[in-house]
Design a protein around this ligand. Sequence first.
Ligand SMILES: Nc1nc2c(ncn2[C@@H]2O[C@H](COP(=O)(O)OP(=O)(O)OP(=O)(O)O)[C@@H](O)[C@H]2O)c(=O)[nH]1
Ligand SMILES: [Mg+2]
Length: 297
Amino acid sequence: MNSSTEHRSGYVAIVGQPNVGKSTLLNQLVGQKISITSRRPQTTRQRIIGIVTQPDAQFVFVDTPGFQTRHGNALNRMMNRSVSRSVVDVDAVVWVIEALHLNAGDQAVLPLLQDGAPLIIAVNKIDEVGNKNELLPFMQKLEDLAHPRAIVPVSAKTGIGTEDLLNAIRGLLPERERLYGEDEITTASERTLAAELIREKLFRLLGEELPYSAMVEIEKFEIVDGLRRIHAGILVDKAGHKGIVIGKGGEKLKQIASQARTDMERLFGGKVFLEVWVKVKSGWADDAATLKRLGID
Ligand SMILES: Nc1nc2c(ncn2[C@@H]2O[C@H](COP(=O)(O)OP(=O)(O)OP(=O)(O)O)[C@@H](O)[C@H]2O)c(=O)[nH]1
Ligand SMILES: [Mg+2]
């Protein structure tokens, strides 16, 4: 085969502990915010696909929820199952670890990865490492621990190293044609993306006050003459949480809706009319039927 016409493509799972920067990395690679990110762990709840197309390769990344080392409720168990499934049916796995912060939680992820697809370790957040000399022994430790195909230091935030990461992954992908159209960046529907962007604002604007169980449901999504009309409900567990989300004089909810709308307009490339309200729904995080309805299985 003529190597100049060789085209590679495949699926690549992005896995790791909560909060290590998996979704930030996906967005940096794709060049758009398709997966939500926040300072709080457990931001990502379901797998999100992001597609990177180059002339000679197409990478189909699967962002996954942070692996929970402590189980607990139905939501955590479902998220872990989703991660375990993600590492078997892919061509490569990118295990994201925070630079200089290998801990017991990371080590608990490793056995899950060893029988899966070829492994690459992305050592993330290197922009936060003051003394770069510390990176080398850290990478050596990872090498001894996991024997990956490659270890690539990156900053998902600034984009440093992401080109090297793609180069390392490319060699692991099988020779084949593109799996998706060259201008596709995700398989997630606009409906799903809209719900996620609202959830991101909840995480970012409410921080620690926000109950983890808050969820967003899109009740109406229609496009008329290029205008997207979106009605969304925020589901919370307890009546007390409703007030937290709405805020004094409705200020918080207004902020949440306005920031989410700005992001949606950027991502969808058109005007958005967004209405958001808050509803109380008891105990949904332990309710498998609700999780299924919301697409988390
Ligand atoms: N300084 C710095 N911060 C980063 C970098 N990558 C991610 N972050 C920050 O780390 C936090 C977590 O990032 P996420 O992308 O949401 O992490 P995640 O691994 O997807 O987290 P979960 O979905 O909760 O498992 C956010 O505050 C990001 O801005 C990086 O390269 N450098
Ligand atoms: Mg995430």
